[in-house]
Design a protein around this ligand. Structure first.
Ligand code: ADP
Length: 551
């Protein structure tokens, strides 16, 4: 037997040599086969007997077997029949070599035992080479096809697993989306119900100033709540589309946290809980988005209040730990079970989804909070010793290098609203008649003169006659939209200096860009804070040149 026998495990490549087994009891004949087939570049393996050949085949794959028909012990026909019975050798070509002239009957016996071809002695070398080459190539191609087939099956298999997994995820998302929509409708209905009740109370309050005042407070509170829900929804959609942007500035963490705490303190204390704020003596400088940072802290405090039954303890502590600023928000509330702890930062997750739950919310707050903190290069973690044992939220943010904070930064105060009312002529255009009317009433209450229009074309006609100094324009309006109204006003000789304010539900950076391009000076997102609008008017118009009176 030849010294090196390549194992059959290696995958056959189209050009890789294959094994050719030469079986003959005569050494001389084996040598002559080797001489004839050496040029083919295949691996030639010798076996001196049928038994030796069988032993070899146990661990070697073979493409072609060249088999002497007449051998002592096991003859070629017997060996061929045994080889064929093994599934591994179904594709192996067997060429019988016969020294005697084979009769048709012999040939038939050979074919029945699984031979595929014959050569007679004396062997014509070219003929033998040609036959072996054809069978070796055929074997290689079959192997290659099988390999490709296996690869394809594997790929189809893994793709099917992936598809099944994404189908599962899609179904899960779909289910969560349905649940979320149901919850959203519910959460939006609650404040609407309160507003509707308050309107009923206001209408029937007769001369009772107190009742009317109460009703207004309810409307005010619930409108803010609705706005917050919508802001959260928009933020969640921005996060999903990777569109959330920070407006970072150098600031002092204690200032930012106390502002957030102050704004939510009445809400917490009205529920009977005690709120303590523990600030460090040193200044902790951060580069952060003031509004977003306040949103995170307020969200944590809002949750602390929501999940702490009355007369609980809520604490906020601010510290510097190395190069990190740490804000801890603790409460003595219902706590969080270890199972829920791993999920509370997931979008839409709420530990209590039962009908009996007493807290509102969409399950978005913590997702947004953590994402905002991560966008600042920080982290937000939750801890709780378990149900009924309170919770702690730990917010970590990188501290800004000392030199980076100008002495006055972070102390900037919003511009004070002027107390002097500035009387202006204003046009309000909105296809929602209630919105337009209430804007006009608000402006009137502040001493301004306001007219309304409910579509773009009327707005243009009214503007021509009324020559307003300020125009509040909704964007989506019948006949002519807000962008076009703005453009056409700007084209008028009297329209250059008008203060154009877009009041719209669209709040993305691209929307602001569009209003700027259409000629608006200011982009306000609905619902517009009345005080903020009045302050803006006063500020903008205080020093503006007085336009000519209406024609
Ligand atoms: P929402 O408050 O709208 O439900 P959040 O994302 O803010 O959504 O919170 C997700 C969930 O995490 C809450 O529904 C509640 O189960 C749990 N959770 C958050 N904060 C607290 C807390 N301070 N104490 C107990 N559970 C909390």
């Amino acid at each position: 037997m030849a010294a090196t026998v390549p194992t059959g495990d290696a995958e056959a490549r189209p050009s890789a040599p294959v094994n050719i087994l030469l079986v003959d009891d005569s050494q001389a004949k084996l040598l002559s086969y080797e001489a004839m087939l050496g040029d083919l570049g295949e691996n030639l393996i010798r076996a001196n007997s049928g038994n030796e050949a069988l032993e070899l085949l146990l661990h070697t794959d073979v493409a072609v077997i060249l088999l002497d028909v007449c051998m002592p012990g096991m003859d070629g026909f017997e060996l061929a029949a045994m080889v064929r019975r093994h599934p591994r050798f179904q594709k192996t070509a067997i060429i019988h070599v016969s020294a005697v002239n084979l009769t048709e009957l012999d040939r038939l016996k050979g074919y029945q035992s699984g031979a595929v071809d014959y050569v007679s002695v004396p062997i014509v070398p070219e003929l033998l080479r040609a036959k072996v080459r054809v069978f070796a190539d055929l074997y290689r191609k079959t192997q290659e096809l099988e390999r490709l087939n296996r690869e394809l099956e594997d790929r189809v298999g893994s793709r099917t697993v992936e598809l099944e997994a994404s189908l599962g995820r899609l179904r899960e998302n779909d289910r969560r989306k349905d649940e979320f929509l149901a919850m959203l409708a519910h959460e939006l209905r609650n404040p609407l119900a309160a507003i509707s009740n308050a309107v009923g109370v206001a209408r029937r309050s007769g001369r009772s100033e107190e009742r009317a005042q109460q009703a207004h407070e309810v409307i005010d509170r619930q409108t803010r709540h609705l706005s917050r829900l919508i802001d959260d929804l928009l933020d969640a959609s921005r996060i999903a589309r990777d569109k959330l942007e920070l407006q970072k500035e150098p600031l002092d963490l204690a200032d930012a946290v106390s502002a957030a705490v102050d704004s939510i303190r009445p809400q917490i204390e009205s529920r009977g809980s005690r709120l303590t704020l523990d600030l460090p003596k040193e200044r902790i400088r951060l580069s952060a988005d003031r509004v977003r940072l306040a949103q995170v802290v307020m969200n944590l405090l809002d949750n602390a209040a929501k999940f702490t039954p009355s007369a609980g303890e809520i604490g906020v502590q601010v510290r510097r730990e190395g190069d990190q600023a740490v804000v801890r928000v603790t409460d003595s509330g219902i706590g969080i079970s270890p199972d829920a702890l791993s999920q509370i930062f997931e979008m839409f997750y709420q530990a209590d989804q039962s009908l009996e739950r007493t807290t509102g919310g969409l399950g978005l707050g913590l997702t947004l909070a953590r994402r905002l903190v991560q966008m600042h290069g920080g982290s937000l973690e939750a801890r709780s010793a378990g149900a009924g044992r309170g919770s702690e939220f730990v917010l970590r943010l990188p501290v800004l290098a000392d030199a980076a904070l100008p002495a006055t930064a972070g102390d900037a105060k919003p511009v004070e609203a002027t107390s002097e009312p500035v009387r202006v002529r204003a046009l309000v255009a909105d296809d929602n008649e209630d919105t337009a009317e209430t804007f006009a009433v608000l402006l009137g209450l502040h001493g301004h003169e306001a007219v309304v229009a409910h579509d773009g074309e009327t707005a243009l006609e009214v503007a021509e006659r009324f020559r307003p100094q300020v125009v509040l324009l909704d964007i989506g309006m019948p006949r002519v939209n807000g962008y076009d109204v703005a453009r056409r006003i700007r084209e008028k000789p009297w329209g250059k200096d008008i203060l154009l304010i877009a009041t719209t539900g669209w709040s993305q950076p691209e929307d602001r860009q569009r209003t700027r391009e259409a000629g608006f000076d200011v982009h306000l997102v609905k619902p517009v804070e009345p005080d903020a609008l009045m302050t803006l008017l006063a500020e903008r118009l205080k020093n503006a040149p007085q336009p000519p009176p209406a024609p």
